[in-house]
Ligand binder design. Structure first.
Ligand SMILES: Cc1cc2nc3c(=O)[nH]c(=O)nc-3n(C[C@H](O)[C@H](O)[C@H](O)COP(=O)(O)OP(=O)(O)OC[C@H]3O[C@@H](n4cnc5c(N)ncnc54)[C@H](O)[C@@H]3O)c2cc1C
Length: 248
């Protein structure tokens, strides 16, 4: 299906670390969407229109946020990295995707697992009241390589203060030691029990829904672990506990 484009203007650029950034793009006219859905961002090159999908890291509005990592050998992201405030960027007018809370079942605890920029859809979800009305407890698990890749820290801290006992943020850092973070990878932290200890909750099919987004290896490995606990993908005609978004 042909995409319709809105010419957006970069209103803000936040650089979290080298190659890791958020673009806030003023692009009024994007149709209403659900937190967790994605849009296409694109640039017109002399030879073609180059575009890729990006989760929107904010709820619907005139200005939308995108949390992006530069893939050095990639085609689009090195170009996006060089954009500055005032530059134009094409934004598709209609979001798609089923990585949303309306595609997740009810439960007591909602686990939101992300590697890298896989955090984006959760930021959008947590800015809306729905998530806090539906789940007693929300645990965001952010797996990164370096402590400097832990973006959105201020906002996550504010959520902890706003929802004491109901919101837990778990940083998991694989390549540096950071106080207050679990060392290693998300998969290991589930297998060795440190994640559940940190969050003071158990991941069980009776009490939990697990959404996960980001690196495909993490998604496959975590899903395999959850299968051993009797958890399955959630489908319309076959209720389960796992909802997945693959970035590549
Ligand atoms: C539904 C969906 C939502 C997405 N949302 C986001 C988002 O919010 N933020 C974001 O940064 N990316 C997101 N992506 C990935 C994004 O669409 C691009 O694939 C990515 O930005 C690379 O584009 P590129 O043109 O620079 O590289 P390309 O030239 O397209 O690809 C080069 C290769 O890089 C690898 N790659 C892709 N993404 C990554 C990554 N994040 N880290 C390491 N290697 C990667 C893949 O193997 C890919 O084949 C999303 C993808 C999908 C399918």
């Amino acid at each position: 299906m042909a995409l319709n484009w809105i010419s957006g203007k970069i209103e803000r650029k936040t650089v979290w670390s080298d190659g890791l950034f958020t673009l806030a793009v003023h692009c009024p006219g994007v149709s209403a969407f659900e937190p967790g859905q994605f849009l296409q961002l694109g640039l017109q090159l002399p030879e073609k229109h180059l575009h890729r999908p990006y989760s929107v890291a904010s709820p619907h509005g005139d200005t939308l946020e995108f949390f992006i990592v530069r893939v050095d050998e990639g085609e689009l992201t090195p170009k996006l990295w060089h954009l500055e405030v005032g530059d134009r960027i094409d934004v598709s007018s209609k979001a798609t995707g089923s990585f949303t809370l309306s595609h997740a079942p009810d439960s007591q605890t909602l686990w939101l697992l992300a590697t890298g920029t896989g955090l984006a859809p959760y930021i959008a979800m947590m800015r809306e009241p729905n998530i806090w009305e539906r789940y007693e407890k929300v645990v965001v698990v952010h797996g990164v390589r370096f402590a400097t890749d832990l973006a959105y820290q201020e906002e996550l801290q504010q959520l902890k203060e706003r929802w004491p006992g109901r919101f837990v943020f778990v940083p998991i850092v694989s390549r540096t030691v950071m106080e207050g973070a679990i060392p290693g990878r998300i998969t290991h932290a589930i297998e060795n029990g440190t994640l559940e200890q940190f969050a003071e909750s158990k991941i069980t099919s009776e009490s939990s829904v697990v959404m996960m987004c980001g690196n495909p290896q993490m998604l496959d490995d975590v899903e395999a672990i959850l299968h051993t606990r009797g958890m399955q993908r959630h489908k319309k005609n076959q209720p389960g506990q796992i909802v997945v978004e693959r970035y590549w």
